[in-house]
Write a protein that binds this ligand. Sequence first.
Ligand code: SF4
Length: 250
Amino acid sequence: MADLRSPVDVRSELGLVASRLRDSFGVPQRKSRLPAPLDLLIATILSQNTNDVNSHKAYTNLKNRYPDLRMLAKVPPRKIEALIKVGGIANKKSKVIKRVLKEIEWRFKKFDRRSLRKTEREELIEKLRSLNGVGYKTASCVLLFSLGDNDAFPVDTHVHRVLNRLGVVSRTTPDKTFLAVKNQIPTGRGYELHLNLIKFGRRTCTAQKPRCYECSLYDICRWKEKASQVPVLKDKSKRKDFEFMLLEGV
Ligand code: SF4
């Protein structure tokens, strides 16, 4: 689908969205200690196709047993599988982890924060994507959460859904949305915008029944169906805990 907006529009709209969400959720604070790139990479692989809680349990199981995750290169896949079972598709994920560890050895001289920061953003994303099983989202998560790059901007399903409903972009997949917005993020606000969009996507602009009637972005949203969303009685007892975000807990 073609975009009618120029990059300037996209950048200024992202700025407006960022400011509105900041009014609602504030500026998320980083922990004082950033997670190691390898830890973050493996945590992101474990987060695929599961929820944050189970994914975090899988990651903690691995980390408790093998504090230095490089050790996993020598561990049989079935042992890894047993530790990460709680996170689902353990068979596939254990193989991806083993393969990624091997490929890191071939392709990166060092995989620590200092060495990775020496490579320019775009080049590093492509280098990380050359690892089998690592896509734009995972690569950008490493930059944002582990290298502390506040101009990196991972696009997951929540971010993709919200930006497309709002009409900031018109793209069919998270990867295409990422390519459309990656150079238009308000300077230094990637961390804030990414986390606040996820919060917003979980609380308000949900996949099934978006709560348009209480949306702080209603007036700027171009989603055609928004007018048909009517208020329903809230049952707070059924509301899930939306606060825990996996990659902030690594
Ligand atoms: S108005 Fe509805 S669809 Fe639009 S951003 Fe808000 S919750 Fe999402």
